[in-house]
Design a protein around this ligand. Structure first.
Ligand SMILES: [Zn+2]
Length: 205
């Protein structure tokens, strides 16, 4: 008979389980993080726990752009010197940070909160696409920049949006190639991102 491994005490097992639910965290990392926290000074652990609760309590999704925000409207929607005729459509709030860091864009954003991925059971209705359509019908946008990731899901999403938005008569552009294929926008360096933004091309489907 196989010997059962000694089980970790309840609270330890519970924390390992919670870490394991996070993206990119395997069972080994979940254990490592848990035992790291066990050795951490209580004040530091408390600061971490409080930071988690704080984002859950104070941060919401912007009602217009769907970006994460603690103000309504969010800081970007609220800045009047931003170009209001352009909307850059991204998958995740992190992508906005990447584009902002590159300083290559002065327009508005729309966060989809994901990409179309039939394999993961994510269809268009799971994304903030209705919100984008509603917005485009009433605002002053003349160009939509599709800045979804340069991978399978991102391309499929861009294609879907192109067909959907075509009847609205807007200029539809896609970031230029040159971004690392298969990668995420959020990992692209500033120079590459700036080039991709400046070289964006009209989508002809
Ligand atoms: Zn906003």
């Amino acid at each position: 008979m196989n010997e059962q491994p000694a089980a970790a005490p309840g609270p330890v097992a519970r924390l390992i389980e919670e870490f394991y639910k996070l993206p990119g965290v395997g069972p080994k990392s979940a254990q490592r993080l848990t035992y790291y926290l066990l050795r951490m000074p209580a004040a530091e652990a408390r600061a971490l726990a409080e930071a988690i609760l704080d984002v859950k309590e104070r941060i919401t999704f912007g009602s217009v752009c769907q970006n994460v925000t603690d103000t309504i409207p969010c800081r970007i929607c609220d800045i009047h010197r931003r170009e209001r005729t352009m909307i850059c459509v991204v998958e995740e709030p992190m992508d906005i940070l990447a584009v902002e860091r590159s300083r290559s864009y002065r327009g508005l954003y729309h966060v989809l909160h994901g990409a179309i991925s039939p394999m993961d059971g994510i269809g268009p209705e799971e994304l903030k696409i209705e919100e984008l359509l509603a917005r485009l019908r009433t605002n002053e946008a003349t160009e939509v920049i599709l800045a979804t990731n340069p991978n399978l899901e991102g391309e499929a999403t861009a294609m879907y949006l192109t067909r959907l938005l075509r009847p609205l008569g807007l200029r539809i552009t896609r970031l230029a190639r040159g971004l690392p294929v298969g990668g995420d926008l959020e990992y692209a360096d500033d120079v590459t991102l700036t080039r991709a933004m400046e070289g964006r091309q009209e989508v002809t489907d």
